[in-house]
Design a protein around this ligand. Structure first.
Ligand code: NAD
Ligand code: MG
Length: 396
């Protein structure tokens, strides 16, 4: 029986993970559930899964949850704050840690899971993007297992049989083909992009996801972050990875070998497949996902990425080449810009402008320790806020 800590239980990946766990009560038991502020949803999850611990980052929310659990005579213990997240991610009694917090907020608990030698199921790509080498070293030094949940990276992993992270060139891999749908604005006239709304941006054609990653998919910054993620997971350089726009989201990525073979992983766009794959690995188990009906799909299309439409792709590729804290800076500026866009405080095309300007004012430095990473993350956020504020004043 594997004990699972689920960081970000109330989100889109959190819900899919609980759905998979519920199908296999003989194999998995929930050790801890965490959320930021959503008391009612976490309370309902505690009732259903009876974890040892529940963590709310917000202390007031933690108090409310505590009261509700007491009234229901449930003995789940409640912790608060980031210390609570770190505690449940590294507890001796937990085997698997699903990292499904969105954004940089997930870094410290995910890193704690790596340092405690857990099987880390990584959905929270921002954590790896911002800490790269430090994170991969923590995995290696503590004999942790890193399994990708991001559908593309999970697909790549499935096309490289039998190996966790490591240099794929040694296995005869010539190229990684990282697919992405192109999001909701793949064909929107460029002149209209400046005026698209948050509601339009979060309406992804194929995937049902949290708001932040949905906006990242619309700018294709998501693919840029995934390029950086893939470089770390598969010990590859950016030039080794070709981004391929594939609007149907059926081929989740491909691996090209030096004999000319190209292996692909296909499936429904449903995150329960990569979640079940990574939880059961190296075995397989039912995920609840519908079969893929190829007669229904009928066509698979592939296009080159359009860098004019998606300037975030180029910014991410540039940061990937620079390495050091450049990806940390890119990620932090993007998080602030996306939030401002979702709050109607920045136009859609402003997201790339913010990221570009922050990358221009800061210089990348060696990212070998956590303090440096957190300092550059913080500094980039400040610059991003300033830029957005100034842009506002200019408009007024
Ligand atoms: P979401 O917004 O639906 O859920 C986010 C979760 O994180 C919630 O449980 C929330 O309580 C928690 N959270 C938010 N802010 C927090 C904070 N400051 N501190 C602690 N917890 C906090 O997001 P999601 O779509 O589930 O995505 C989660 C992660 O998985 C992201 O990094 C995303 O890029 C990645 N991912 C998601 C999908 C998908 O299909 N949703 C696919 C691939 C990768
Ligand atoms: Mg993905």
């Amino acid at each position: 029986m594997k004990q699972v800590t689920l960081l970000g239980a109330t989100g889109s990946i959190g819900l899919s993970t609980l759905d998979v766990i519920a199908r296999h009560p003989d194999q998995f038991s929930v050790f801890a559930l965490t959320a930021n502020t959503q008391v009612e949803r976490l309370y309902q999850q505690c009732r259903a899964y009876q974890p040892e611990y529940a963590v709310m980052v917000d202390p007031q929310a933690a108090e409310q949850l505590q009261q509700k659990l007491q009234q229901a005579a449930l003995d789940t213990r409640v912790l608060a704050g980031i210390d609570g997240l770190i505690q449940v991610a590294s507890d001796k009694r937990t085997d698997y840690v699903m990292a499904a917090i969105v954004g940089a907020a997930g870094l410290q608990p995910t890193l704690a899971a790596a340092r405690a030698g857990k099987r880390v199921l990584l959905a929270n790509k921002e954590a790896l993007v911002m800490s790269g080498r430090l994170f991969m070293d923590a995995i290696k030094e503590n004999q942790a297992e890193l399994l990708p949940i991001d559908s593309e990276h999970n697909a790549i992993f499935q096309c490289i049989p039998g190996r966790l992270a490591g240099n794929v060139k040694e296995l005869g891999v010539r190229r990684i083909l990282l697919t992405g749908s192109g999001g909701p604005f793949r064909q929107t006239p460029l002149s209209q992009l400046g005026a698209v709304t948050p509601e339009q941006a979060v309406a992804h054609p194929n995937w049902d996801m949290g708001r932040k990653i949905s906006v990242d998919s619309a700018t294709m910054m998501n693919k840029g972050l995934e390029l950086i993620e893939a470089c770390w997971l598969f010990d590859a350089v950016p030039d080794f990875i070709q981004i391929v726009v594939h609007p149907q989201s059926v081929v989740h990525s491909m691996v090209e070998y030096n004999d000319g073979s190209v292996l692909a992983q296909l499936g429904q766009p449903d995150m329960r497949t990569p979640i079940a794959h990574a939880m059961a690995w190296p075995a397989r188990m039912d995920s609840g996902v519908d079969r893929l009906d190829l007669f229904d799909v009928a066509h698979l299309d592939f296009e080159r990425p359009d860098y004019e439409r998606f300037p975030c792709l180029q910014l991410a590729e540039h940061a990937a080449r620079q390495s050091g804290t450049a990806p940390t800076i890119l990620n932090a500026a993007n998080e602030v810009a996306v939030q401002a866009f979702l709050d109607n405080g920045l136009g859609f095309t402003g997201i790339a402008d913010v990221v570009k300007s922050v990358l221009n004012v800061m210089s990348s430095r060696d990212a070998s320790d956590l303090d440096t990473i957190l300092a550059d993350d913080e500094q980039a956020r400040q610059y991003a806020h300033e830029y957005i504020h100034q842009a506002h004043t200019r408009v007024k």
